[in-house]
Design a protein around this ligand. Structure first.
Ligand code: TMP
Length: 210
């Protein structure tokens, strides 16, 4: 068991394409479970049946949509996710580890897509902010190289390099605005190295170091 109770109940991992956040979310959830926490590991867009249907529309490379439509669909997926998964888990005393959240809406639609994030943030979170948002920072070009060359890029992955550079800048600026409720961790290292850096941010004693 962990010596001290975890001060963060709602933890988000986010970052540019290929930054490794899904691997890190799994490693973190596993580590928290080993320390005795009940953990809900979830992701956006998706995490519910309605959210997965919205995700399919959002990522379909053959469909074009307006910037506002895109933003509202991400927010719609989040609204369902909050009500059906995140709020009930927090109310039951579980730790929620979420792979992407409103930080992604701020970086992709707000910054790279040019919609600004003040209004979007309000709609996107429904007023509930994560206790800690960890941004895994990586040069977008490196992230792209890490992605499976065999998979076809989805509607968002195929946007141009300049868009993905703005996404990165958006994540960094959003993290600065969140101040002590966010941390930036370099994603340019081995999965185990990044995992240790995340544990440090969360004040969790490393299992390996015992
Ligand atoms: P994923 O690759 O983490 O599964 O996320 C799917 C894509 O959705 C990814 O390109 C990032 C994008 N996205 C947004 O543009 N805005 C959002 O609010 C979220 C949650 C994801």
């Amino acid at each position: 068991m962990q010596a001290n109770p975890l001060p963060y109940k709602f933890i988000v991992l986010d970052g540019v394409e290929g930054c490794g956040k899904s691997t890190q979310a799994e490693l973190l959830a596993q580590c928290l479970r080993q320390s005795g926490e009940q953990v809900t590991l979830t992701h956006e867009p998706g995490g519910t049946a309605v959210g997965e249907a919205i995700r399919a529309v959002l990522l379909d490379a053959d469909r074009e949509m307006s910037a506002l439509t895109e933003a509202f669909l991400f927010c719609a997926s989040r609204a369902q996710h909050m009500q059906e998964v995140i709020e009930p888990a927090l109310a039951a005393g579980k730790v929620v580890v979420c792979d992407r959240f409103s930080s992604a809406t701020a970086a992709y639609q707000g910054c790279a897509g040019g919609l600004g994030w003040e209004l979007l943030d309000e709609i996107a979170t429904g007023g509930r902010q994560p206790d800690m948002t960890i941004i895994l920072d990586l040069e977008p070009a490196k992230g792209r190289k890490r992605k499976q060359p065999a998979t076809q890029p989805d509607r968002i992955e195929r946007k141009d390099d300049e868009y993905h550079r703005r996404v990165r800048a958006g994540f960094l600026e959003y993290a600065r605005q969140l101040d002590s409720r966010a941390a930036i961790v370099s994603a340019d290292g081995s999965p185990q190295h990044i995992h240790q850096a995340i544990l440090e941010v969360l004040g969790i004693e490393s299992q390996a170091g015992r």
